[in-house]
Every structure is written in C-alpha cells, then in structure tokens.
Design a protein around this ligand. Structure first.
Ligand code: C2E
Ligand code: CA
Ligand code: CA
Length: 599
C-alpha cells in the first residue's frame, strides 16, 4: 500500500549505494560528535588539574598544555598554542626569571635542551626540581612517550618544601633566639674537630650568664626571654662569619672560634663577649645589667674529642663561677680540680631553684615565759629527684661556693614571708642569712621587697646570722644591723659558742637575741661546764637586754636545765622537728601542750 502510494506520488527510492553512503556520513558525524565531546571532557579535565601538564612531540614542539601549566610559568597565550617550540617557552621563562636574554643565557638554554633530549632518549621517566626566583619550587616529572616526545607534570611543592625546611630548621635551632641549638652545636663542634689534626686550632667558649635567674624571677619570663634574644643578638655581632654560635639551653651559650692559633686571639674574643654583654640592656621598659662567666678550651691543646673538651670547658667555667663570676678562664692542663659529682650537683642545684625543688620546713620556737610558740624557723630542704631530700648542710656550702647562695637566700626570704602572711598575726617567721647576703650590699632591698610583697609587718620577721659570719664580716654587720633594727626587724646571733663564744660580740653588735648553740645544751645534766656556760651567757644577755634562745633541746632534762638557767625561748626535737608547712599549724598546739605537760 505504501509502495503504491509512493509510486503514485512519482517519488522514486534512492539507489542502494547512496543509502550506504548516507549511513556512513551519519556514523562519521556521530563519531565526530563523540570525539568532540570527548575532547571537551578531556579539556575540562586537563584544565581542572591542579598540577601543570604539557605534552611535546619528538621535535620538542608543544602538542598540548593545560591552564595550570600556563599559570605556573606565567606564559602568554601565544606560547601555549600547539606547535610552539619548547625553546621559545624556555627563553621566555629564562628572561622572565633572570631579566636577561644575552649570549650566556642562550648558551645555557642550548645546553639544557641538549641535556634534556639525552635524558629522554634513555626512555625512562625522571624528575627535576626547579627553584624559581620568587621563592617557589616546582617538582617536574618527565615521562617519555613511544615514538619520541614526552609528557611532563609539574607540581608546586613550595609549601611542602617550606614545611620540611621548617622542621629541619627547628631540629637544629633554638626557636627563641634563632641561633643553633645544642644538637647542631655538637655536630658542628665534632666537624670542626675533624680538621684540626694538622690544621688550625679550634677554641670553645662556654658562656654562662651570671644571675640570669634573678631577672626571670624579678621581672618575669617575658623580660627573661627578650633578654636572651638580645644576648644572642649581641653575641652574633661579636663573632666572625667563620665562628659558630649556639644556645646550649637556659642561659648557656657557646662559641666555636675557628683558627684562633694564639692565646691572645681567644682572650680577645672572650673580652669582647664580656664587653658587649656588660652594656645595659633595655628590655620592655626595663634596664637590665648582666655579666657573664666564660670557660675556654683550645683544641688540640686541651683535647681532641668533643666530650673531653666540653668537660674541660665546664671545669674552666666552674673555676670562674667559684672565684666570683664575671670573668673568663682558659682551662689549665693538669689542674687538680675535679668537678665530678660536685659540679653535677651544682648544675642540679641551679635547676632546683628554677624547678621549685627547694622547700621550706618550719621548726617552732617556744617562748617559755608566755607558753606560746613565738616564731617558726624556716629551714630549707632540697627535694632532689634522684637523691631524695637533701639537708641544708649538704648543699648550702656548695651554693655559697658556686655563687648561688644569693639566689637561694632571696628565694627563702620571699617564700618565708609569703608563708607567714597566712599565719596568725602574733606568730613570727625566722630566716637564716648567709654572710654572703650581707656582703652583697643589696640585703636591705631584698628584705624590704620580701616584706612588701607578702604584705607583713617588719616586726614579724626575725633574721639569724651565724656567729662565724661575724669573724669575717664584722664590718658589714655593723653597718646593716642598725638598719634592720630601725625597721623593727628582729636579729639573732645564731650558733653562739660554736665558732668562738666570745662574749664581746654581745657587747659590740646590736643583736636582739642570741641563740646558744646546741652543743652547749646537750648533756646539760652530766656536763656541769656546759651548764655553767649557759648560765653565764644567759646572765650577761639579760643585763645587756638581749633575749636568749636555747636550740637543740631534745629531752625534758635539757628543757629543765635551760629553764633554770633563765633562757627565754627554746627550740628542739623535744617539741618538734622542722615540719613541712602543711603540718605546721597542728604542730603548734602540740608544742604548747608539751610545755604545759612539762611544767
Ligand atoms: P641552724 O640555724 O642551727 O638550724 C637548726 C638546725 O638544727 C636545723 O638543721 C634543725 O633541724 C636542727 N635541729 C633542730 N632541733 C634539733 C635538736 O633538738 N637536735 C639536733 N641535733 N638538731 C636539731 P637543718 O635544718 O639541717 O639546718 C642546718 C643548718 O642549715 C641551719 O642550722 C642553718 O645554719 C642552715 N640553714 C638552713 N636553712 C637555711 C636557709 O634558708 N638559709 C641559710 N643561710 N641557712 C640555712
Ligand atoms: Ca638558725
Ligand atoms: Ca643554730
């Protein structure tokens, strides 16, 4: 029916061959469309890649590249068209990076292209790192393709690289001051020592700031930190490029001085360091004065290994510290001085103050006339993390020798006043002073500040000075004692009788009290001579208007004796040992009960 209709319309059907051709065209069209679509997808994919991509043919002409590639190298549009020679891209890039396109640049470029072709010829993929002038770093991976040419992929690794470098930098530097840390110092020192066998001398300056801790304590950590930065800066300006500066930790620095063949050269640097550090620092509105102690060793003269030299620099430093600081010392070969455990303890002690390992215990002093505890004596303890609790006789002499007594003394004063602020108003606090605190000349300020900070009346503080200190520092005492008295601060002559027992002290120095040494109190009942001395001292003190304290009272018998002799106050194990501050209040009433029971 339809055929007829068609025929009736006079339209004849197309020949078979024509039908086949039309089918091919539509298939081709379809395929082209498909390819176009694919091409579009491919372009979208390429241009959305974060990494740069480009493809070159065997003649080093661009086949295709993506947007990221163009952007990464900042290429103009005409250099990203297919067919662009790599050489054109390269010369554009070199000019952009260097600002030049002379003969030299062209030679470099030719060399690069030749090299590149040779690498591709191997057929293996390879990578290159490119450092661009703006500080960016690209990692480029080249993949040769069959029949010549290659594909390359560029990754911007600037951030990654920066992070890696930062981690590496932090491993070798002190973040506060920006100079080398202990680890990097050690590595560099060992490297320097490798070349000294026949070569020039290497000198190590071990620098320790004097009383840096005081700055931290009185002005606070931000000032301490800023001061360390300023110190590092001054040290940096005092060394030559060839020298190596490091912060070994805390307030310790080191300089490796290269090629200081003569002794004067290393002395010269040490003097310069002391000089630059001695000028006042202006830190966050404060003016801070510093000094430094420096221990010096020379290699190979004093050793050839880092360990040996560092130990000896430490010995030299210790020599400076124990002879009053603020100076330098070159290690003396054959010195008998062996710091060993002592020096170790000295170092530990410094960190003890910093790390809060010092604690105050208190021992009550009982007034026999009133029947009450009148004061508590602060006795310092060192809670050493390895050796347990150390008693003052075991570490204070060391502190005096190595120059840490002032720091400890100030800490004790402050802490004791703060503790007393929490006690009843009629209870005093008694603090022991070292003779070094008198010599320092700053004692009155330290005392005033401790009282003011704790907000307690001067009359609540009693200071004890050992009799032995009068022998060496009588003059200082004569000056300071009246000033303490003016302020209403009580003073006691401690350990009376242990050093000389000279009664003339009682007449010549204005003490409020005298503490009779415990060796006189012991065995009072059996040793009539001791009892006689106690009686004589008490009688003289009474006529001079000076109070008396018997220390080291261990038994009821001893208590009776000192009571009969007329002592005003007593202290000793019979009542209580020195106890941690948390236990003190309970102990106070126990002491008073014991006294009533003894009556
Ligand atoms: P000190 O001033 O004579 O203190 C009394 C010492 O005798 C304390 O020893 C105390 O625990 C001990 N003691 C108390 N009652 C008795 C007793 O009944 N019998 C015996 N045998 N001993 C008793 P500690 O705490 O070992 O102190 C020793 C010395 O260390 C003190 O002697 C004092 O000279 C010094 N010291 C303690 N703390 C400080 C301080 O903060 N600064 C200064 N500069 N020296 C301190
Ligand atoms: Ca004492
Ligand atoms: Ca004493």
């Amino acid at each position: 029916m339809s055929n007829e209709l068609n025929r009736g319309n006079g339209v004849s059907p197309p020949p078979v061959s024509q039908v086949a051709q039309g089918g091919r065209i539509s298939a081709l069209l379809k395929q082209t469309k498909k390819l176009e679509r694919l091409n579009t997808w491919f372009k979208i994919a390429l241009n959305n890649m974060v990494r740069g991509l480009s493809m070159f043919d065997a003649d080093q002409r661009l086949i295709v590249c993506n947007e990221s590639y163009r952007e990464m190298y900042g290429l103009p549009e005409e250099l990203t068209r297919p067919g662009t020679p790599l050489a054109d891209i390269l010369s554009y890039h070199i000019k952009k990076e260097t600002g030049r396109d002379g003969e030299e640049e062209r030679t470099r470029q030719d060399q690069w292209l030749k090299n590149h072709a040779a690498k591709l010829a191997s057929g293996n993929s390879f990578t290159r790192t490119q450092n661009l002038s703006g500080g960016r770093t690209f990692l480029v991976m080249y993949q040769p393709i069959a029949g010549g040419g290659w594909v390359d992929v560029q990754e911007d690794i600037t951030e990654k690289r920066w992070a890696e470098e930062k981690v590496e930098w932090l491993a070798r530097h002190d973040p506060l001051t920006g100079i080398a840390n202990r680890f990097y110092f050690r590595e560099s020192f060992e490297d320097a020592l490798k070349i000294i066998v026949q070569g020039p001398a290497v000198v190590l300056h071990w620098i320790d700031l004097d009383r840096f801790k005081d700055v931290n304590d009185t002005l606070g950590h931000p000032v301490g930190d800023a001061l360390l930065k300023a110190v590092a800066e001054r040290l940096r300006s005092s060394v030559r490029k060839a020298d190596f500066l490091a912060r070994l930790g805390g307030d310790e620095f080191a300089i490796i001085q290269m090629g200081a063949g003569r002794r004067e050269q290393c002395e010269h640097l040490a003097r310069r360091v002391m000089h630059v550090l001695s000028k006042p620092f202006h830190i966050l509105g404060h003016t801070v004065s510093l000094s430094a102690s420096i221990g010096i060793v020379r290699a190979p003269e004093h050793g050839t290994t880092a360990d040996e030299l560092m130990k000896r620099a430490d010995i030299a430093l210790y020599d400076v510290k124990s002879s009053g600081r603020n100076g330098f010392a070159i290690f003396r070969s054959g010195t008998k001085h062996k710091p060993g455990l002592k020096h170790q303890l000295d170092r530990d002690l410094r960190s003890a103050v910093r790390n809060g390992q010092l604690k105050l215990h208190y021992q009550p002093i009982i007034n026999l006339k009133t029947g009450h505890v009148s004061s508590c004596e602060a006795l310092v303890r060192w809670e050493h993390p390895q050796h347990g609790t150390a008693m003052p006789d075991n570490f204070l002499p060391l502190a005096e020798q190595s120059g840490q007594m002032l720091e400890i003394g100030s800490w004790v004063l402050n802490e004791a006043c703060r503790d007393a602020a929490r006690w009843p108003d009629d209870l005093k606090v008694t603090v022991n002073l070292s003779s070094l605190q008198f010599q320092n000349g700053d004692l009155l300020n330290v005392v005033d500040k401790a009282l003011a900070d704790a907000n307690i009346k001067p009359s609540r503080l009693e200071l004890e000075i050992a009799e032995a200190a009068l022998l060496s520092d009588g003059e200082c005492m004569r000056e300071v004692l009246p000033k303490l008295r003016e302020r209403g601060i009580g003073t006691s002559l401690d350990d009376f009788g242990r050093a000389s027992g000279s009664l003339s002290y009682l007449r010549n120095f204005p003490f409020d009290k005298i503490k009779i040494d415990r060796s006189y109190i012991r065995d009072q009942l059996d040793r009539k001579d001791r009892a006689a001395i106690v009686n004589a001292v008490t009688a003289l003190a009474r006529t001079l208007g000076i109070g008396t304290v018997a220390e080291g009272v261990e038994t009821l018998g001893e208590l009776k004796c000192v009571e009969i002799a007329g002592c005003d106050e007593v202290q000793g194990y019979y009542f209580s040992d020195a106890v941690p501050k948390g236990e003190l209040m309970a102990v106070l009433s126990e002491c008073e009960q014991k006294l009533w029971a003894a009556a």
